[in-house]
Design a protein around this ligand. Structure first.
Ligand SMILES: *Cc1c(COP(=O)(O)O)cnc(C)c1O
Length: 338
């Protein structure tokens, strides 16, 4: 059951929304706007902060002392979970897939500074990116279960946050974010043809999709996949809608089919692609706004790719949703060609 009042106050909301005139001119595209969830405020910001306001409220009511979560080695979700746990007086523990590097950088450096206990496990293997990610989830989940048993045997109460904050309450936080953006659009006398957002686990996409269906039904939400295939993500969005709508009092509400573009994944998650490098450079050169190369960079690549394919008319308004992730950029210099 989702309870909207059961929520911590971690993020500075509403996040800004503004126009990207230079980018629009450079691409000869529709009118472009950006929603700045990179500026949620805590620990360099990002989309997981809205989700954690709900998830860690549950951890607090459960009386947890230790918070455990998992992800890839440069997980933004892990960084924000560690910082949020410290804010509410809990001890953060992270299970990360990858090898301990000689030098701590990016999100890993920030996690170390927050005093998180960090456990490294091997990366997943598989023939497809979906299979590899499923295998990696099994490996990290096994380690998380082991750590839960360890802390509980010491009499410490543990709360496990699913990877990427993938819970119904996390999705709900993005239903509210859609409502926030719909209100900002109304105030600015704008209506958006489309919202474009990065999709990892799909929770953010699902929340925005459900929220726009409810509060701005003329607006499509397009998820640009950073790893998973479109079929899998679309199924996730449908499942989240099925789980959440009855709780919100919209049992039979007709939700449009979700839209996922999976042509911008490149070699896989979390590996930068030539298109994400180009996209990140274009955004920085035109607007002085930065994106990392594995999440938001791929989503900007999707935005630019769709503009080049004339997906929108010049008079359409399109909103790019920046989901944060910047600390990882400082790990990605090797991918930038000079
Ligand atoms: C986690 C993350 C996403 C994806 O969010 P999901 O809700 O899992 O789809 C997108 N961008 C950034 C920067 C992230 O850290």
């Amino acid at each position: 059951m989702i309870d909207g009042s059961h929520r911590l106050n971690l993020a500075f909301l509403p996040t800004p929304m503004h126009e990207l005139q230079n980018l629009s001119r450079r691409l000869g595209g529709p009118r472009l706007f950006i929603k700045r969830d990179d500026l949620t405020g805590m620990a360099f910001g990002g989309n997981k902060e809205r989700k954690l306001e709900f998830i860690l409220a549950d951890a607090l009511s459960a009386g947890a002392e230790v918070v455990i979560t998992s992800g890839s080695i440069q997980t933004n979700h892990g960084r924000l979970t560690a910082a949020a746990a410290r804010r509410v007086g809990m001890h953060p523990v992270l299970v990360l897939a990858g090898e301990r590097p000689a030098e701590l950088q990016g999100n890993l450096l920030l996690n170390d500074m927050a005093g998180a206990d960090i456990h490294f496990v091997p990366r997943g293997r598989g023939d497809t990116e979906d299979a590899r990610m499923d295998n990696e989830n099994e490996i990290t989940d096994r380690k998380v279960a082991e750590l839960v048993a360890h802390y509980e045997s010491q009499g410490r109460r543990v709360f496990v946050v699913p990877k990427a904050g993938a819970t119904l309450s996390g999705v709900y936080s993005y239903v509210l974010a859609a409502q926030e953006a719909a209100y900002q659009a109304t105030q600015a006398r704008l209506s958006f043809h489309s919202v474009v957002v990065a999709a990892g686990g799909g929770g953010t996409l699902a929340g925005l999709h459900i929220g726009m269906n409810l509060y701005a039904p003329g607006t499509d939400v397009i998820g640009v996949s950073v790893g998973r295939g479109a079929a899998r993500l679309e199924e996730r969005v449908r499942d989240y809608a099925k789980g959440l709508l009855p709780d919100l009092g919209y049992g039979e509400f007709p939700i449009k089919a979700p839209i996922v573009e999976d042509g911008y994944v490149g070699e896989g998650y979390p590996i930068p692609s030539p298109a994400s490098v180009e996209a990140a450079r274009i955004l920085a050169e035109t607007e002085g706004i930065y994106v990392d190369l594995v999440y938001t960079g791929k989503a900007v690549a999707g935005l630019i790719g769709m503009i080049r394919q004339r997906r929108w008319k010049p008079e359409d308004n399109v909103l790019f949703w920046h989901t944060g992730g910047l600390p990882a950029l400082f790990m990605q210099g090797a991918y930038l060609k000079h």
